[in-house]
Ligand binder design. Structure first.
Ligand code: ATP
Ligand code: MG
Length: 245
């Protein structure tokens, strides 16, 4: 045990590419990425387009099978490719949540905001009677919307009726609904206007304070990352090339 909440060592992710004449070639998206994050800390991850930021995030969540490296989360080995050790991801799919750049693409356009936020609550379910369950569900949704500074009237709206900033707030409320402790935010403010970016960054800071959240905060914009990150890792061509304290 090294005591860090998040430890990533020598992460590697190669994508097989159909090679010419059947020969095998690989897209080396992530070559060698190591970092650690303490509980309640925010690590920024910056770098040019295509350097492997999103691939790093998705590999940690096991949305891709890692080619190499080791990831330890809160004392549990999530994967250790050398030792062929892989954790059952079920509890960790709840504890680690991904927040996307474009919440509109990830919000079901046919669902009302209240149901989008309530969906995960439904999956976890409540043991109480049907009547109080409905009431409890509604209160929970309102509480989550309030956390992201949306009043309860938003529960009955559809995503297309909202601004970009409001949609990102819904994306954040949905992520928070399962009470995660590690948020991986992949360019969460890049699609927003500057003034709205500042408000969403402010919200991330407030939520971190309130819930002791740990962040991996990905962006190509160093100035946005500086506002939230305690340290910043700089990535280039699949590697961490600098760590700014
Ligand atoms: N599923 C995939 N299959 C094959 N190659 C991929 C896949 N996903 C990403 N890549 C390649 O891996 C490299 C890293 O891509 P990635 O999306 O991780 O970069 P990024 O740093 O997130 O860029 P951006 O700032 O544009 O979001 C790129 O060359 C990309 O084309
Ligand atoms: Mg990306």
């Amino acid at each position: 045990m090294d005591g860090h909440f998040v430890t990533v060592e020598h992460l590697r992710q190669y994508f097989p590419m159909g090679g010419f004449w059947g020969g095998r070639t690989y897209g080396r998206a992530v070559e060698d990425v190591s970092f650690h994050i303490d509980k309640g800390e925010a690590l920024g991850l910056v770098g040019d387009s295509g350097c492997g930021k999103t691939t790093t995030a998705r590999t940690l969540l096991r949305l891709y099978e890692p080619t190499g490296g080791r990831f330890v989360f809160d004392g549990t080995v999530i994967f250790d490719v050398d030792k062929k050790q892989y954790a059952d991801m079920r509890p960790y799919r709840r504890r680690m949540q991904l927040i996307f750049q474009d919440p509109y693409a990830s919000l079901n356009p046919r669902m009302k905001v209240g149901d989008i936020v309530g969906e995960a609550i439904d999956i976890h379910g409540f043991p109480s009677s049907v009547h109080s369950r409905k009431q409890e569900r509604w209160e929970r949704i309102v509480r989550l919307l309030t956390m992201v500074k949306l009043d309860e009237s938003y529960a009955n709206r559809y995503p297309h009726e909202l601004s970009g900033g409001q949609r990102q707030r819904v994306g954040i409320a949905r992520a928070l609904s399962v009470q995660p402790d590690f948020l991986i935010c992949d360019e969460p403010v890049s699609a927003l206007d500057m003034s709205v970016q500042a408000q969403i960054l402010e919200l991330f800071l407030e939520l971190q304070e309130k819930f002791g959240l740990t962040y991996l905060f990905i962006s190509h914009d160093l100035s946005a990352v500086r506002q939230i990150a305690d340290r910043v890792a700089v990535m280039r061509e699949g590697r961490i090339v600098d760590m700014q304290e």
